[in-house]
Structures are given as structure tokens and as C-alpha cells.
Design a binder for this molecule. Sequence first.
Ligand SMILES: [Zn+2]
Ligand SMILES: [Zn+2]
Ligand SMILES: [Zn+2]
Length: 272
Amino acid sequence: MLVHFLGTAAFEGIPSLFCTCELCVKAKAAGGKNIRTRTSVLFDNELKVDFPPDTLLHMLRDGIDMEDMKDIIITHTHSDHLYPDDLVARLPGYAQAKDHTIHVYGNDAAIRIIHDTLVLNGGDHGKFELHRVRPFERTELRTAVVTALPASHNPMETCYVYYIEKNGKTVFYGHDSGRFPEETWRWLEGKPVDLAILECTMGNIPYDVGHMNVDAVLDAQKRMAETGMLRAGAKIAVTHFSHNAHLLHEDLTDIFAPHGIEVAFDGMRLEI
Ligand SMILES: [Zn+2]
Ligand SMILES: [Zn+2]
Ligand SMILES: [Zn+2]
């Protein structure tokens, strides 16, 4: 399975709009892996997690054919993960899109927002079909089988992380979330994982409520190892970094390389 990291920043991006902090200044000057857009991952060019406001930039930068995409799964409705207005760009009058339907999956809040946005623009015209998924239910997509699990993120919404089974490989897509709820761990323990994608929004800041920091990532790695989740050769990648943590890509690599954890960057492709 080809895992393509399209964006690897938290909400503000790195460098962030309007920010003059030391990290943003350094990142802008250094360029390369220090330039981070809002998070999304594409699997085999056909299954996408989240639809952030930087999707057009991802398409242009990495030469993606968006019409290869068959399914989108949404984690939650924060604007760095769901920018529904850009889905309108696939409707007649805006695009000469192909005939096929893109299926979109998410919690009730996400599906409602997308539904309302499409209705405001004349309906889905068969270009999208929306599906509400419930926690712990195994859902068969055309591209994979996914199970939505509760995250520990926004108390006003049932935010999801996802267990994704595709062509004999499994991915745990674990953000946005602070330390995972026990019910999510109980479901996960013993399930095999070839790749776990975790977030490290907070870096070394001693705060792990709603988002993870370095300690929370290392504790999650330990628990996955102890409960037999990590298959031989399994990878862990961290993403969704905030400029407020003030860590350059090389700083993050220094922190995580000794633990065998990969630091994702925009455009990174992994084969699992
Ligand atoms: Zn986020
Ligand atoms: Zn900044
Ligand atoms: Zn969020």
C-alpha cells in the first residue's frame, strides 16, 4: 500500500499565517521539510483521510489526479480537517468531473456540514454520496474496510480515529486525539498494525489533553508494542505538528529517530 502524506501541520500550518515566532521565521528560511500544510493522507491514490483547506495546494504540489479518489473518510469537523466548500468544486458548473460518485464517510457532524454545503449549492448531483459511520462499526468501503474509534479531542463532537484494513495491510490513523480513550485501546489491543500514524501537535510542551506530545506518543508506542499490535516491520509515523511547539524537522527527527519513529513531512510517501 502506498501511503502519501499530503500535509503534516496542525491547524495553523508551518510557517503559520501572521506568525512571527522563532520557529515560523526559521522554517520559512529553511524551507524543504519545514514547510507544513494542513493534514491529510492519501492511500493508493484512491482513499483519502480528511479534506483540509490545502487540498488544492496538495494536488498542484504532488501532481495528484483527484478524480482517482474513490472514498474520503473524515476524522472530525475542525477546519484543518474538513473544508467542505472545496467539495463544491466537483459539482456541475464548477468542474467537468467524471461520472463516478465519491463516497464520503464521517460522524454525524461532518456528514451534516457536507450535506448542508452541497444542498446550498444545488445538491450532490450524484458526485458525492454521504455515509454516517458509528463508533466501533466495521464499514466496507470500495477501497478498504474501516472502523471508526472514539478519539479524545473535542468534547462537543464524537471525533474519530480509524483502523483501516486494505489489501492485507492495516493502518491505525490516530489523530486528532490526546491519549486515546480506554474503550478505543480495548478495541485496538491485539489488532495487528503495519503502520500507526500518530500526532505530535504539542512537541515537548507538557500538555496532552486533546492532542499528544512526545511523551504521549512514546507511551502509545509502548502500549502498542506491549499488547502485540505491531506486526514485524511495523512503522510508526508522527504528524500534525504545531508551530507553537517550536520544533524544526531536524529537532523532531532527533527526538524520534532513537525510538524508531518516522517524522512525516509534506509529500512523504511510504510503502507498507
Ligand atoms: Zn487538527
Ligand atoms: Zn509561529
Ligand atoms: Zn482537531
